[in-house]
Design a protein around this ligand. Structure first.
Ligand code: PLP
Length: 395
């Protein structure tokens, strides 16, 4: 008889965004005129850059003509895009071999697939609060997952100690949901720890484009020794508004070797079996997004999200609420007031101000009692939310 994967039984029911969406739908049904301010979602709200739109139109036209029509794409990505990614990294002072870049449909897919490289007996450590995919994909694959709790005292940036016994560690910097970002010396400690133990770091760089402080690395490969221990997963979702368009990449350096085997070579084997390449139109869109003109346009959107962050930080400052994030990341993370738990505060904010945020409990046990605001809302909603937050205190 067929046997299903019973590792799925270890997953928590995924009710965070489902429950938020249900709540929003029921509020809208009750009162279609109520102005709800959505600061909960991590999705972008501004449109794609003009350079990206123009490139997509050109690519669609190419697909309409016999002479320029493109069929299957290479599984690892077109050379022009791998080159564009390598050029993008070169502004950070290094340039990966374009062959080390694997073009993908985004970070989410890659976080799910990369586990194929590692046996189910490996121990996985996840600094939390964390994007839920790190824990869930590893539980699905049958691995043991260990949480390294973040808290106010460690700035939500957990570090390895002598007791940490793990083979794989997921690092997300700048972090979703806390907005905290590791400094160079902290990431160097992680790299040195991984090389000393023979562990592998999976570095999620989804929010690198939001970094403004010079001491915060954009890529793990800025650190000496990272090419020997780290895989980087990157995405244009937040950098260029590609959440609904889909494009990203994964870097696996050829120097990353474990048990005498090249993880790069294993990933080539994996992708050429399990993947049939990213659409030509999207690869041209990605090339345009990473071009100097495209990045200049993307940065205008990021500037708007940053401005949203500034307005929300100001509102929290006025209320005397301490928070992490907002500087190098589009998220603000703060303790719920008056000892409320995350879901109590979620309901309280809706009742008192019609503001929808994200309960921290959904990002790991240590997120209970904490709350996330996203800076990706519209400028109008963000300004209105800041004004309403001020009025809650006054009322
Ligand atoms: N990693 C983190 C930390 C994220 O916050 C997200 C999306 O919100 C993803 C990965 C997934 O990104 P993508 O849209 O590239 O699948």
């Amino acid at each position: 008889m067929i046997q299903l994967n019973h590792d799925y039984d270890k997953l928590k029911p995924s009710y965070l965004f489902y429950r938020i969406n249900q709540k929003v739908a029921s509020l809208r049904a009750e009162d279609p005129h109520r102005r709800l301010l959505l600061l909960g979602v991590g999705d972008v709200t501004l449109p794609l850059a003009p350079a990206v739109i123009a490139a997509m139109h050109r690519a669609v036209d190419e697909q309409s003509r016999k002479e320029s029509f493109q069929g299957y794409m290479p599984e690892l990505g077109k050379d022009f895009l791998k080159q564009a990614v390598a050029d993008y990294y070169s502004r950070l002072g290094f340039r990966p071999d374009p062959e080390e870049v694997f073009i993908s449909y985004g970070a989410g897919d890659e976080l799910g697939s990369i586990g194929d490289l590692f046996a189910s007996g490996n121990r996985v450590a996840v600094p939390e609060p964390a994007y839920p995919a790190y824990v869930d994909t590893n539980l699905m694959d049958g691995r043991t997952v260990l949480s390294i709790p973040g808290n106010w005292d460690n700035g939500f940036l957990p570090m390895p100690d002598e007791n940490l016994d793990a083979d794989l560690v997921y690092l997300c910097s700048p972090n979703n949901p806390t907005g905290a970002a590791y400094r160079r010396s902290q990431l160097q400690t992680w790299v040195d720890w991984a090389n000393a133990l023979g562990a592998v770091l999976i570095f999620d760089a989804a929010y690198e484009a939001f970094i403004i402080q010079p001491d915060v690395p954009h890529s793990i490969y800025e650190l000496p020794g990272a090419r020997e221990c780290a895989i980087e997963i990157a995405s244009l979702s937040k950098t260029a508004g590609f959440t609904g368009t889909r494009l990203g990449w994964t870097v696996i350096p050829k120097a990353l070797v474990r048990e005498g085997r090249s993880l790069h070579a294993m990933w080539v084997r994996n992708r050429t079996t399990r993947f049939n390449g990213v659409s030509y139109i999207l690869q041209r869109a990605g090339e345009a997004a990473l071009s100097p003109e495209g990045m200049e346009q993307n940065l205008l959107n990021i500037k708007q999200y940053r401005e949203n962050g500034r307005i929300l930080m100001q509102a929290l400052d006025r209320l005397g609420v301490s928070y992490t994030g907002g500087v190098n990341a589009p998220y603000l993370w703060f303790r719920c007031p008056n000892g409320m738990d995350s879901w109590e505060f979620f309901d309280f904010l809706i009742d008192r101000a019609s503001i929808v945020g994200t309960p921290g409990e959904g990002f790991g046990a240590c997120g209970e009692g904490w709350f996330r605001f996203s800076c990706f809302g519209s400028a109008e909603d963000t300004a209105e939310a800041a004004a309403r937050l001020g009025r809650i205190q006054g009322s």
